[in-house]
Design a protein around this ligand. Structure first.
Ligand code: SAM
Length: 260
């Protein structure tokens, strides 16, 4: 009798420019973030020349237009977005920070403690594809520079949809496709040649930063991601480009009428 395992068709997914078995990707991604967690914030500043702070500020401002009182920040990492919401709303929010990597989330927890943030905040260790939380809980779901690390983007979208209340909003900040002539070439030169070297110097880890750069190249462009959000069931889907498309903010609403 043939063993069940031998009949299963292995599914390959991107891991940067490499192709790996789907089952292998989460542990590989986990290893990258465990290795960079201590130097993650410093590296973000160096790699983006401080721009990530402006992009995140804009992202928070846009998402807050929907006046959420309950927010889940997925792929929270060191907590820039989740703790940013907390500060912007003076703590008047029910907040969940979620990330599969305990080392990254620990950095966020330390920052929260340092800022005296202890109330109305919940910490969940989980990937975006399988959130151990109830349906229809949140007014707002955010994911910043996290979606491209998921193994199954469509499953992550559908889990976001599930935990959002009808009428709730999904917001994603992610690297995207540069559309300004000339800027794309400069940006690619910088990304592929300089970022891994900065990674090597600062966090002694060239490979982790090579993965991060490659995963940006592999991520769907603005229109493709918007299409996948619509296919998942989101309404009012749209995006805005920042810095010539280096990053984009995508957003969409879980329909009020479930049968749309
Ligand atoms: C580049 S960091 C972004 C952190 C933070 N959101 C920010 O904007 O600075 C990516 C985060 O995605 C997390 N991650 C990796 N795989 C994930 C998955 N399948 N689901 C959710 N988060 C994931 C990593 O652990 C890491 O903390």
């Amino acid at each position: 009798m043939a063993k069940k395992d031998s009949l299963e068709i292995a599914e390959d997914v991107d891991f940067g420019f490499k192709t790996v078995d789907k089952a292998e990707k989460p542990s590989r991604v986990q290893k990258v973030f465990t290795e960079v967690s201590q130097k993650y914030d410093l590296m973000n500043d160096l790699m983006s020349l401080g721009m990530h702070r402006l992009w995140k500020r804009k992202f928070i401002k846009e998402a807050l237009k929907h006046k959420p009182t309950s927010i889940i920040d997925m792929a929270s990492g060191t907590g820039d977005i989740g703790l940013g919401f907390y500060r912007a709303l003076n703590g008047a929010v029910q907040l969940t920070l979620c990330d599969p990597n305990p080392d990254m989330l620990k950095q966020a927890q330390d920052q929260a403690i340092n800022r005296g943030i202890t109330k109305n905040i919940e910490w969940v260790i989980s990937p975006a594809e399988d959130i151990p939380l109830k349906d229809k809980q949140y007014d707002l779901y955010t994911i910043s520079f996290g979606l491209r690390n998921t193994t199954d983007l469509d499953q992550a979208l559908s889990e976001a949809w599930r935990v959002l209340k009808p009428g709730g909003y999904f917001y994603c900040l992610e690297f995207s496709k540069v559309f300004v002539p000339g800027l794309r070439k400069i940006y690619q030169e910088y990304s592929f040649n300089l970022i891994p070297k900065i990674g090597k110097l600062v966090s002694k880890n060239e490979d982790a930063y090579r993965y991060l750069v490659e995963s940006i190249e592999r991520f769907p462009d603005q229109e493709s991601l918007a299409g996948r959000m619509r296919a998942c069931g989101f309404e009012k889907v749209n995006f805005m480009n920042l810095s010539g498309g280096i990053v984009a903010i995508h957003y969409g609403m879980r329909p009020l009428n479930e049968y749309n």
